[in-house]
Unconditional design. Structure first.
Length: 474
């Protein structure tokens, strides 16, 4: 299994486990915060409850005599401590005359009644005090309540709760939540591993199939097994292979055709140079043939460069062009291509955004073809019109026409007409260049023809060109 695949699996698993771990930790923290808050409320409730019970007792009767306590604070403390059992984390201490008197029986980490600072603080209180103190036994929440009689403080009763001991009671709940979170984390990790495996297994199949496809064999396709995201990926990949197969096929045909076109003049030049003699007249004829072939090769290379440049963003030099003026210029230039019956069908009125030179190049190519494929007594017409947001330029001739089966392929590179069309002396790139120029303007080129009824080529361009894309770094 490739490393990148394992890396994706591990990243998916790590992300899921991290998210689950954070959720578990957050849950444990939330449980502890809630329980601690509940303990705070319980401590407040317990302290207030003890103070309320002490107040009720002090205002009632002595259970032994059935008579009021009458301010006998020592007896109040004795009766209260005898009848009240504190919690294991709770201490109850009484002070009389500023000194410890009685306290509850407990097993606590620290004797509060033996702390001089607390004795001095609590024993001399005249008003109730609620607070928290730090002791060697941990933090202690307390409520100190003075007991008065006839307006005079007779004693102080203190209820103290050791927080650490109180919070020990929530430890099992916190550990339980952490344990459940750990189990969920483990099970979730296993499920995440399985889910990642199920998600990436189809990707592995696509990858294996893609590795089996080579440049020499682009006909293989990956089967689409499910209508889901992986299926969409597979379908997109197959569509990309279709485009690549078409591009590679076109590239191979282009290379084969270009090699064939270049091989012929090279062979001619090589043969002529091998037979080159010493006779001046023969040498002149040989050089004329060589130069003619070199000129043909130069035109061929120039045409190839035009086709290559047509895919670059700087292929066009856009400007505002007056259609009527351009039509007149096209007619004037076309009439110099051959002695034919030249006419103008129509002249469009308006302005467009286009590359004047490229449009002229395309129209001259069409006019040259019209001259070549029409006889000396043939008629050729040029025209233009603006309609429906586009401008149309055309060249119409009275030549032999083009069979319907060839009208699509004549715009392909190295394609030439047959069956009634004369063979061109060029390399079959002329109409490809016309098509490239039209498409660079976001337009199109079309042909209307019937055998024996002439041909009409039309270049349709939008009136307004879209903004060209800005290259990075330009």
């Amino acid at each position: 299994m490739p490393g990148w695949f394992s890396g994706i699996r591990l990243r998916l698993l790590a992300s899921f486990v991290l998210l689950l771990a954070l959720a578990t930790a957050a849950s444990v923290v939330a449980v502890r915060v809630i329980l601690v808050h509940r303990i705070d409320r319980e401590i407040d409730s317990d302290l207030v409850q003890v103070a309320r019970e002490l107040h009720q007792l002090s205002t009632g009767n002595d259970p032994e005599t059935g008579r009021p306590f009458d301010g006998r604070v020592r007896r109040i403390f004795e009766v209260f401590l005898e009848g009240n059992i504190p919690a294991r984390h709770e201490a109850q201490i009484s002070y009389v005359g500023g000194k410890p008197f009685l306290r509850s029986r407990d097993i606590l980490p620290y004797r509060l009644d033996r702390d001089p600072a607390l004795t001095e603080r609590w024993g001399s209180l005249t008003d109730s005090e609620r607070g928290r103190v730090d002791t060697p036994g941990g933090p202690v929440d307390f409520l100190a309540v003075p007991v008065r009689s006839e307006g005079e403080t007779k004693g102080v009763f203190v209820t103290a709760i050791f927080r650490d001991l109180a919070e020990e009671e929530i430890a099992p709940a916190i550990f339980g939540a952490a344990g459940v979170g750990a189990v969920v984390l483990l099970i979730g990790s296993l499920l995440a591993w399985r889910i990642a495996d199920r998600i990436l297994h189809p990707v592995a199949r696509v990858s294996a199939a893609a590795r089996g496809i080579s440049e020499s064999d682009l006909r293989r396709r990956i089967p689409v097994e499910a209508q889901d995201e992986i299926g969409d990926l597979t379908q997109t990949f197959n569509e990309m292979l279709d485009r690549l197969e078409h591009a590679f096929s076109a590239q191979r045909r282009f290379i084969d055709d270009a090699g064939h076109e270049l091989r012929t003049p090279i062979t001619i030049i090589q043969g002529q140079l091998e037979l080159l003699g010493d006779d001046p007249e023969e040498r002149r004829k040989t050089l004329d043939i060589v130069m003619d072939e070199l000129d043909r090769m130069s035109r061929f290379v120039s045409d190839l460069l035009v086709l290559v440049r047509s895919e670059r963003p700087d292929f066009l030099n856009l400007e505002t062009v007056d259609v009527a003026t351009l039509t007149d210029e096209l007619y004037a230039k076309a009439t110099a291509l051959g002695d034919r019956e030249w006419t103008v069908d129509a002249v469009g009125k308006g302005r467009i955004v286009a590359d004047r030179q490229r449009v002229t190049q395309a129209m001259m190519q069409l006019a040259q073809n019209a001259v070549q494929y029409s006889g000396e007594d043939g008629a050729i017409a040029i025209g233009s019109e603006l309609e429906d947001g586009e401008v149309r330029f055309w060249v119409r001739d009275t030549g032999p026409g083009i069979p319907p089966g060839e009208q699509e392929q004549i715009f392909e590179r190295f394609s030439r007409g047959h069956d009634g069309r004369m063979r061109s002396d060029g390399a079959g790139l002329g109409l490809s260049i016309v098509k490239a120029i039209a498409e660079a303007h976001h337009g199109r080129v079309g042909v209307e023809s019937r055998p024996g009824a002439g041909t009409r080529f039309v270049i349709a361009l939008p009136v307004d060109q879209p903004e060209p894309a800005t290259e990075i770094g330009s």
